[in-house]
Write a protein that binds this ligand. Structure first.
Ligand code: ADP
Ligand code: ADP
Length: 228
């Protein structure tokens, strides 16, 4: 069974813009999907709908394997990484990464190992006591990835996470993300308008077009060269 099923999802905003037209797709466990397309084709809208940050105008979204609350609503375990790292400037790296666990009522002491493990995944365990202002753009992005991973989500949604970084940092983070994904096997949906990123990272590319936002291609891809 898929992790998530989108069935005929459309989104028309109140100003009349059709951001998304009749999108259907199954997202299976372990896939690394790129949503690839020009600005305005509805990529962020899809992610927001999957994350429950906006309702579709029509269509349904199902989580066949998720836990459900008392009313039968699915409780998907999702993390979201935005283009801007959105860290709390007054809090240390450790406390920033602890935040999602803290919101679940997990104390700092109880969260310690998981926070350090998440920081280790992104290579920042030595910076636990640093403040965001002491870090480079790429490091801040790593912290926000650690914060997304600390809850061990089933689905990681990334909205052009590296778009604001310089090319070398971006390439490095792409590499690290790929290695983490190969090691831990999460399910990832990665929004990008970079053909390079989509081919390099993903095993499935969903190509979208704008006006109205829609899917024009959905294809499996093999890594074009061997990975170590
Ligand atoms: P909905 O129909 O989902 O309620 P709205 O059209 O009411 O959405 O807009 C929600 C918010 O998005 C409003 O605050 C609005 O100002 C803002 N918004 C409007 N147009 C755009 C746009 N083109 N891109 C991004 N945000 C927009
Ligand atoms: P992408 O992420 O691919 O750049 P978006 O999902 O942000 O595209 O937007 C898809 C379309 O919907 C665009 O035309 C955008 O201007 C419009 N849009 C996005 N949010 C809103 C909103 N809140 N209100 C009105 N139009 C919106």
């Amino acid at each position: 069974r898929p992790l998530v099923s989108l069935r005929g999802i459309s989104k028309v905003f109140s100003n009349g813009t059709t951001a998304l037209q009749n999108m259907s797709m199954d997202i299976r466990q372990g896939e690394f999907i790129s949503l690839l397309g020009p600005s305005g084709c509805g990529k962020s809208t899809v992610l927001r709908i999957i994350a429950g940050l906006g309702d579709p105008s029509s269509g349904t979204i199902e989580w066949p394997t998720s836990n459900h609350d008392a009313s039968g609503k699915a409780l998907p375990e999702i993390s979201f990484v935005f283009q801007e790292p959105t860290l709390m400037p007054w809090a240390t790296v450790f406390n920033n990464v602890w935040l999602p666990l803290r919101l679940k009522g997990i104390s700092k002491q109880a969260a310690r190992d998981r926070v350090l493990e998440a920081l280790e995944m992104v290579g920042l365990e030595k910076f636990a006591e640093a403040y965001p202002r002491e870090l480079s753009g790429g490091m801040k992005m790593r912290v926000s990835i650690a914060r997304a991973l600390v809850t061990r989500p089933k689905l990681l949604l990334m909205d052009e996470p590296f778009a604001a970084l310089d090319e070398i940092t971006r390439f490095k983070l792409n590499n690290d993300l790929l290695h983490l994904w190969e090691k831990f096997g999460w399910t990832v949906i990665f929004v990008t308008h970079s053909v390079f990123e989509s081919v390099y990272l993903s095993n499935r590319i969903v190509v979208m077009a704008a006006r109205p936002g829609r899917v024009v291609n959905d294809m499996a891809v093999d890594a074009p060269y061997p990975r170590d």
